[in-house]
Ligand binder design. Structure first.
Ligand code: CMC
Length: 444
């Protein structure tokens, strides 16, 4: 039996701290101010429309707290990221993705028994239903692995209808363990399918990351051997991607889940949101950008000039963040890991030198300084994945594997909160006023 998070059956504590007064013409309205444990306080506009007739407008939700959450804290000005209160840097020396997954799901670090039970559950459910292989076979070889992953997570829901209703906490925990375990198998199978290779089944004796690399790279006649440095680097990669509060894909998972959609469907939607180049897809875009420089199509200086030019739609990929206005702490850790892995493996990668050069140019350029644009998590991560032998079209899939425990933790948190409601924003309509129906001549 898995534990429940502290907040499972009671609303989270909230502190109201005075009111803000909103004045609209002659009208004035008191809006409660709410404070979390840390971070900016929020003006609660839950009753704004019913009391004033006005909506709030917030393009891209840049000023909106869409929920209360106890999972992850970010201070974008100071470059702080904490999971359940624990600074992200504390996971650097002995990276263990399973421990961090448990932490995110259940709110504290697991004891030995809890860790062992969770690991056993992951091992026991690594296989997927054999008939799912027919679904893989139906995709064209050229299908993007993110499309396959999203479709296959949805397909999992057809094979596990017992998890549609997750009111029973022990059922929820089983579902969480199964999806975290099976996604690794699905990701590896997507890669094997696109390369026309036979599927390699999970090996129960191997730890999470090593097992993934085994399914990716072993042959039927030869086991893939994984260097410890690579296993550690990938574990750290997964940990650093495991949660990042209300980012685009996590908000998507919460949005879909808010309608009562099952965990699998919600996570499949998260994969689709993550796919875009402004979100998880940026790790691919960074490598493509660096490769253009390596191949001589453009110099780092020219690229930076284009990224600053408002007439071009070029952006310095792997730079900038909605929340971080200083260094993304994950980027610093990945940069250190990048140096360590390449040194340990004795690999030189010209892309790393180009990345360093690009960073140096950007960090001393007034445009990037004035816009608070620093390297983000995607800037160095691709170089680590490359060193681990992961092909570029699988980079975002690895991001999805990492983000999964975060998505599940948020889905769970939302489902546990009695005050959760379906997410349904409004809009400011700017279309036609009432227009009579007049068919175009000859159209009927
Ligand atoms: N290169 C050049 N200019 C930039 C960049 C960039 N990478 N990022 C932002 N800007 C400029 C932008 O042109 C705008 O300038 P101005 O105010 O003069 O018009 C200003 O900075 C604010 O940009 P924004 O698009 O309003 O900022 P945002 O918070 O909506 O977008 C972002 C954040 C991450 C989408 C954006 O910084 C970006 O496109 N970065 C490159 C893509 C990338 O690396 N994405 C990964 C993000 S981290 C991991 C993840 O979330 O998955």
């Amino acid at each position: 039996m898995f534990p429940q998070t502290a907040s499972a059956h009671s609303p989270l504590p909230r502190t109201e701290d005075g009111n803000a007064t909103l004045t609209i013409g002659e009208q004035s309205c008191e809006l409660p101010i709410r404070r979390g444990t840390e971070g900016a306080p929020a003006i609660d506009i839950t009753n704004l429309r019913s009391r004033t007739g006005y909506l709030s407008f917030d393009n891209g939700y840049a000023n909106t707290a869409s929920c209360e959450s106890q999972i992850t804290y970010i201070d974008g000005e100071k470059g702080i990221l904490r999971y359940r209160g624990i600074p992200i840097e504390d996971f650097e020396s002995r990276p263990n993705f399973i421990e961090v997954s448990w932490l995110l799901l259940f709110g504290r670090l697991p004891n030995r028994e809890e860790y062992t039970a969770f690991s056993r559950e992951l091992v026991a459910h690594a296989d997927i239903d054999e008939s799912m292989k027919n679904l893989f076979a139906g995709f064209p070889r050229t299908a993007p692995p993110m499309a396959i992953l999203s479709a296959m997570i949805n397909a999992l829901s057809c094979f596990h209808q017992e998890f549609y209703e997750l009111d029973d906490p022990s059922q929820f925990e089983k579902a969480a363990a199964q999806i975290i375990s099976k996604v690794r198998t699905l990701a590896a199978f997507a890669f094997r399918r696109s390369n026309g290779l036979p599927y390699i089944y999970p090996d129960r004796r191997l730890p999470y990351v090593v097992n993934f690399l085994h399914m990716m790279f072993s042959n039927t006649y030869e086991q893939h051997l994984c260097h410890d440095a690579v296993a550690d680097a990938l574990s750290l990669f997964l940990i650093l991607h495991a949660d990042h509060e209300q980012n685009c894909s996590t908000s998507t998972v919460r949005m879909v889940g808010s309608s009562g959609a099952n965990l699998f469907a919600s996570c499949a939607a998260g994969v689709c949101a993550l796919w875009g180049p402004l979100h998880g897809g940026a790790n691919v875009a960074v490598i493509q950008m660096l490769e253009k420089m390596r191949d001589g199509s453009i110099t780092p200086e020219e690229y930076v000039r284009l990224a600053k030019d408002k007439d071009s739609d070029v952006r310095l990929m792997g730079f900038g963040h909605r929340v971080y206005k200083t260094f993304d702490p994950r980027a610093k850790m990945l940069q250190r890991m990048c140096d360590r892995v390449l040194t340990t493996l004795g690999v030189t990668d010209p892309l790393l030198d180009l990345a360093r050069k690009l960073e140096e140019i950007a960090l001393t350029d007034s445009y990037f300084i004035d816009h608070n644009l620093y390297p983000n998590v995607d800037f160095y991560s691709g170089i680590i994945l490359k060193a681990a032998g992961i092909p570029v079209n699988m980079f975002t899939v690895l991001f999805a594997m990492g983000r999964l425990p975060g998505w599940i933790a948020h889905w769970k948190e939302q489902n546990e909160r009695p005050e959760s409601r379906i997410a349904r924003p409004h809009q400011l309509y700017t279309g036609n006023p009432k227009t009579p129906y007049v068919a175009a001549e000859g159209a009927r």
